[in-house]
Design a protein around this ligand. Sequence first.
Ligand SMILES: Nc1ncnc2c1ncn2[C@@H]1O[C@H](COP(=O)(O)OP(=O)(O)O)[C@@H](O)[C@H]1O
Ligand SMILES: [Mg+2]
Length: 240
Amino acid sequence: MSAILTVKNLSKQFALHDQRKTIPSCANVSFAVEPGRLSALIGPTGAGKSSVLKCIYRTYLASAGSLLFRTEAGETVDLAQASEHEVLALRKHEIGFVTQFLHCLPRKAAVDVVAEPLLVRGAARAEARDNARAMLDALNVPERLWEVPPATFSGGEKQRVNLARGLVARPRLLLLDEPTASLDPRTTDKVVEILQGIKAEGVAMLAIFHHPDLVERLADQVIELAPPVVHSPLSEAITQ
Ligand SMILES: Nc1ncnc2c1ncn2[C@@H]1O[C@H](COP(=O)(O)OP(=O)(O)O)[C@@H](O)[C@H]1O
Ligand SMILES: [Mg+2]
């Protein structure tokens, strides 16, 4: 099976203009992601794991390198160069991102928050809500909460709603950034089961997991990022 995403020499730096400094994040990262396989990004805190996912989702614009995505239509799009319009269309139909936290907390019932990605893709409302309920149930969100807006939920409940929303639709490429960091072992096992099912359906996944145990259980490929090299004026003075 050929790659759905090929990352070549991806680097990201952040320019702090007021301090005239740059903060390095990921540097020279290359790998390929294939359908039906889960690739895990590992490395110490600050190695740039989240930045790689954000460059792919285009929350961040890559500083250098290419991110070649093969679309459903068979075209190749460089996510480092694509227009905003192209990126929004891909987010809607082909690329999903489950972040660690539920960011949007509108005054919408949890079931509707979860159903939204299906509605955006054109599903009928009743069917979308049925699927959303099934996913909330699978992730052990108590039924009494389904019609309640998640704004007042506990951290763990919000994370389950967030995961349900991210997993209910089937993008072709799914990005996951520590999606199980605050879940209990029973719900984590459920997530592993659901991710295995999604994998079997042919979805390509690129994931960061908090626990090495999950990498062991789910990853078909492990990509290790090295910590960034920081050039301080002092170390430069010593090496010069
Ligand atoms: N928006 C940002 N502005 C400035 N620096 C950032 C930003 N996002 C990430 N960084 C920096 O990039 C480096 C890598 O961060 P991150 O990608 O979150 O790493 P990881 O997920 O591996 O812990 C860190 O030094 C972090 O402070
Ligand atoms: Mg991170």
